[in-house]
Design a protein around this ligand. Sequence first.
Ligand code: GDP
Ligand code: GDP
Length: 435
Amino acid sequence: MNNIVAIVGRPNVGKSTFFNRLIQRREAIVDSVSGVTRDRNYGKSEWNGKEFSVIDTGGYIKGSDDIFEGEIRRQVELAIDEADVIIFVVDVEEGITPMDEEVAKLLRKVTKPILLAVNKVDNAMREKDAYEFYNLGLGEYYTIAGMSGSGTGELLDALADILPEPEEKQEEEALPRFAVVGRPNAGKSSFINALIGEDRYIVTDIAGTTRDAIDTKYNRFGFEFNLVDTAGIRRKAKVKEDLEFYSVMRSVRAIEHSDICILMIDATRGFEGQDQSIFWLAEKNRKGVVILVNKWDLVEKDTMSTRDYENRIREELQPFSDVPILFVSALTKQRLLKALETSVHVFENRKQRIATSKLNDLMLPIIENYPPPALKGKYVKIKFCMQLPTPTPQFVFFCNLPQYVKEPYKRYIENKLRENFDFSGVPIDIYFRQK
Ligand code: GDP
Ligand code: GDP
């Protein structure tokens, strides 16, 4: 289930307001995972049992007044390429603008489902004003008020109708997928070429469709997996602009389909905004992560030690800093096999199941020694814990007053789990429940 819904439209029509409404609803439902959410433009949502990822394309375009028309055009073209459904937002207060017409012209050519949302319809009067949007030639529209949420239910019903039924779980049999991600020029192709250059390890080469990444079935260390090359996707891009949006949006699908994300960064540039967005995208999707600092051959070792470099990256990863960071060179092939081996290791960490008795024997004394702080004179008593049978590690702690357990204590429990078990590179979820 990897449906991608892109929200497009010119600035100030209310895209981010609508986006936040979609995402917050979801975060409330899933009891908010412990990680912080740093990407304001990407999130997961669900409606009527259909899950989807939402991308607010507008969030990546800076400046609202003198915005280049070209940027909007590229934003829409990319959404057309990468998304499964497009929600085109317009503003009833402003009516149809030339830029709306531009966007509509692009969208009319597309066979993908488009939902036209006429926003800021705050009252019944404005319902009538919305008629003019038929002139965009996109057919039926939905009137919404992103701010109050009115009308959004009908829009989401329509969206859920379009999205395919959830697939049966076949993932069990599928090979593990390691996606090599990172911004353009980080060295992803070089890394993959260096590995598959030794082609005796390749099992088969499956050419993906034009839109999907290229998979290479690979066998090493007695372990079979698919190496997913996202670098190939870039070659379709017509323009060379440096918008964060492009590499992130193009990574979304590959990341969602993967088990492990091998995030490559360019040592000469550091761990920058785009790298960080991709990292949080992987974390948010609960994927295993390995960071490769590539082009290490180019770094003067006396100006910068690996330790300093590593510490600087780890600062940015807080609170999910328990992630392997390796210094590699795709050019000189330094530590490439180590990188693969580490990825396999993270894959195994992510899959591990800790026996309930072992977990309780370890964690209950730790909790007894340092229980959650009392709140309003009430004491939280944690009686029992277990790991859930989920694809990524999730732990539930049963207690009398789960609502009294706050974030710092969850963090404490997570750290203790990480100290005692190897969850390196793997996001963990911790829940407190009443029993
Ligand atoms: P974006 O640039 O398309 O992401 O637009 P924003 O979400 O930032 O919204 C632009 C402005 O429109 C903000 O001042 C919002 O408060 C306002 N806005 C958004 N939704 C509504 C709505 O349903 N009704 C009204 N009246 N204003 C809205
Ligand atoms: P991609 O866009 O992430 O697939 O990056 P490429 O693999 O195409 O690499 C971009 C550029 O960086 C190319 O010129 C590579 O030769 C160069 N490059 C990649 N890895 C290394 C490395 O480890 N060391 C050095 N010095 N250059 C590298």
